[in-house]
Design a binder for this molecule. Structure first.
Ligand code: ADP
Ligand code: MG
Length: 243
């Protein structure tokens, strides 16, 4: 699955939020989107999800080169607001979210192995009986990812939390996402706040600030003066790797 956006424009109350966003992912590509706060990253994902009115076009092309109109989209939001004191467990949360899909219409007893299998995919099977409110940021992110993989999407959109996930948790998340890219025919668009990790795992990086400032391989984008002006010099880990 490949996705192309063509001249996406978004305005809220006459204020332009996104200007002429054109980008494309290639097959099995992990596209990392970076940019300062308020640069329109989350809004771009919401356009693709159809949650924000926009002009411009979205094209999807499947593995056989056929244009498809309605891909299955999986989405991990930046925040999930819920009552942290609620007794709801990960298992309850899955049952509530997935019961609308026919394959999941079965008793809790039959559901449990399926939920375990899903959680296993994101190395989170041990969390099945944990209270949602007791999960760390990284654990919550993986539980939301495993939900986004039911059903297995053609396009996976990930809006990484700005804070609350420790470095090991983030690294594990990138490893899992990178593995998915290898195994499934899926386009992945990931908003990232961890530049060294995106430099390591993304195939393509897009620097967004209301418009596309630059795009290319991580090396190309992180060597651009526009990127350095915003984030400083972060190419060191790549250079170390090359030695
Ligand atoms: P990012 O994810 O890059 O931090 P966002 O896409 O959340 O940025 O927001 C981009 C800009 O759009 C911000 O200035 C934000 O205030 C504005 N914005 C986002 N959603 C709305 C909305 N529903 N109504 C009005 N303005 C919005
Ligand atoms: Mg955001």
């Amino acid at each position: 699955m490949k996705i192309t956006t063509e001249n996406i424009q978004v305005g809220f109350h006459a204020r332009q939020i996104l200007k002429g966003i054109s980008m494309e992912s290639k097959d099995k590509e992990l596209v990392g989107i970076i940019g300062p706060n308020g640069s329109g990253k989350s809004t771009l994902l919401k356009c693709i999800l159809g949650q924000v009115p926009h002009s411009g076009k979205l094209h999807y092309v499947d593995a056989k080169g056929k244009h498809t109109g309605n891909p299955i989209i999986g989405y991990v939001p930046q925040y999930l607001r819920f009552d942290r004191t609620s007794p709801t467990s990960v298992m309850d949360f899955f049952a509530a979210c997935l019961s609308k899909y026919p394959v999941w219409l079965c008793s809790m007893k039959k559901l449990r192995p399926k939920v375990l299998e899903s959680l296993c995919r994101v190395k989170a099977e041990h969390l099945i009986d944990r209270r949602l409110g007791a999960l760390s940021g990284g654990e919550m992110q993986r539980v939301l990812l495993s939900l986004a993989l039911n059903p297995m999407p053609d396009l996976l959109l990930l809006d990484e939390p700005v804070s609350g996930v420790d470095h090991n948790g983030l690294k594990l998340f990138y490893e899992i996402v990178s593995e998915l890219r290898e195994k499934e025919d899926m386009a992945i668009v990931l908003i990232s706040h961890d530049l060294p990790l995106v430099a390591q795992y993304a195939d393509q990086v897009v620097l967004l600030n209301k418009k596309v400032i630059c795009k290319g391989t991580p090396q190309e984008v992180f060597n651009r003066k526009e990127t350095k002006a915003l984030f400083g010099n972060i190419v060191a880990p790549l250079e170390e790797e090359a030695e």
